[in-house]
Design a protein around this ligand. Structure first.
Ligand code: MRU
Length: 347
């Protein structure tokens, strides 16, 4: 279990470790109002599909507290706009909508009185269940990796992106503890550098042998240093297994498959979206051009140069060897294997 954590509930408020300042500065951002939580999610203070879902759940607690204080009889109606604001803070990771919907179901079932204790208990349950799911899937995923393997991971999927331990990085942590990992390759993950800034930081703290590569090196890496697996997380897994994850995942998956390496996607059931039939139906977030044309506030492209900045891509299920979740492993996912697996998991 990693000592790092992305978020904590302290003295009646949500505190978020500002991931924009890592690894250099560890600063906690105090959120006492729901608008601050929605803004922090949109501004990338907190990242990673499970972590933004957990943050949104605590955001619902803050929304209900303020609405109940203002109008103890009509607070349920009053928080509708806040729930929408949280849900819309980022479009691709389904965990956000999933967590808000679960909190909505909980608040709909409440009798009169102060809603905060029950909603806080539900948010804490979402947080704790994510950590437990991470540990379960880490065991399933690690078992797929042969001892002494090299692996490549993309983006950040560690304790900072989840309730703790991590999805893909959780598998890597557990596999390393079992002697299965000789070396981890981490790509930088332009433009926000989640690989270089966050994953490398988590790996270093755990003493797991790792090297950084530029995103453009992944095909050459598979050709020359021959990692056995690409191991990634997910932001949304469609009913047929098509998987949205950080931009560059699809490129890395193609490179892995072209060189005989395997592709593992690791995500809790809260990332599965059976209502979305396939990858074509997934909304891919596009962010401002300035994220590409500037680096740490310095221009790295001519002033005013246009850019296209999709921050996720969709890896087709046909490029994925295994999807790992807390209920087990779906090998060679397709629509029928996904449906059978979800039915057996009670979803
Ligand atoms: O834009 P981000 O940093 O929120 O994107 C994060 C990712 O794409 C992760 O790989 C994904 O959420 C899986 S996290 C466990």
């Amino acid at each position: 279990m990693s000592a790092v954590s992305a978020l904590r509930w302290r003295a009646g408020a949500l505190e978020l470790l500002d991931q924009r300042r890592l690894p250099g500065v560890q600063q906690w951002l105090h959120c006492a109002r729901v608008e601050q939580v929605a803004e922090a999610i949109g501004d990338m203070v907190v990242r990673g599909a499970p972590a933004i879902g957990i943050a949104a759940a605590y955001g619902v607690v803050l929304a209900a507290r303020a609405a109940y204080a203002a109008d103890p009889a009509g607070w349920r109606q009053a928080i509708g706009t806040d729930l929408t604001r949280l849900r819309d803070a980022r479009p691709t990771a389904v965990n956000l909508a999933w967590a808000v919907a679960r909190m909505e179901r909980r608040l709909a079932g409440l009798d009169g009185g102060d809603p905060e204790p029950a909603l806080l208990a539900e948010a804490r349950a979402i947080h704790d269940e994510d950590l437990a799911a991470n540990q379960a899937m880490a065991a399933y995923g690690a078992a797929l990796i042969d001892p002494g393997s090299r692996v490549l991971t993309h983006c950040n999927t560690g304790a900072l992106a989840t309730g703790g331990h991590g999805t893909a990085l959780g598998v890597i942590r557990t596999a390393h503890a079992q002697g299965r990992i000789a070396e981890v390759f981490v790509d930088e993950t332009r433009p926000w550098l989640q690989g270089a800034r966050l994953t490398a930081w988590e790996l270093q703290q755990d003493g797991i042998p790792a090297r950084l590569v530029v995103d453009g090196a992944v095909a050459w890496l598979f050709a020359h240093l021959r990692p056995a697996w690409l191991i990634v997380g997910a932001d949304r897994i469609a009913a047929n297994g098509d998987t949205a994850n950080k931009i560059g995942t699809y490129t890395a998956a193609l490179a892995a498959r072209a060189h005989g390496a395997r592709v593992m996607v690791v995500a809790p059931l809260s990332t599965f979206d059976p209502a979305t039939p396939d990858g074509a139906a997934i909304a891919v977030e596009e962010r401002p051009a300035g994220e590409l044309t500037q680096l740490a506030g310095q221009p790295v492209a001519p002033a005013g140069f246009p850019a296209w900045n999709p921050v996720f891509d969709v890896t087709p299920a046909a490029c994925i060897d295994a999807i790992v979740c807390e209920h087990g492993v779906i090998e060679r996912p397709d629509a029928s294997r996904m449906a059978a697996f979800l039915a057996s998991a009670g979803r």
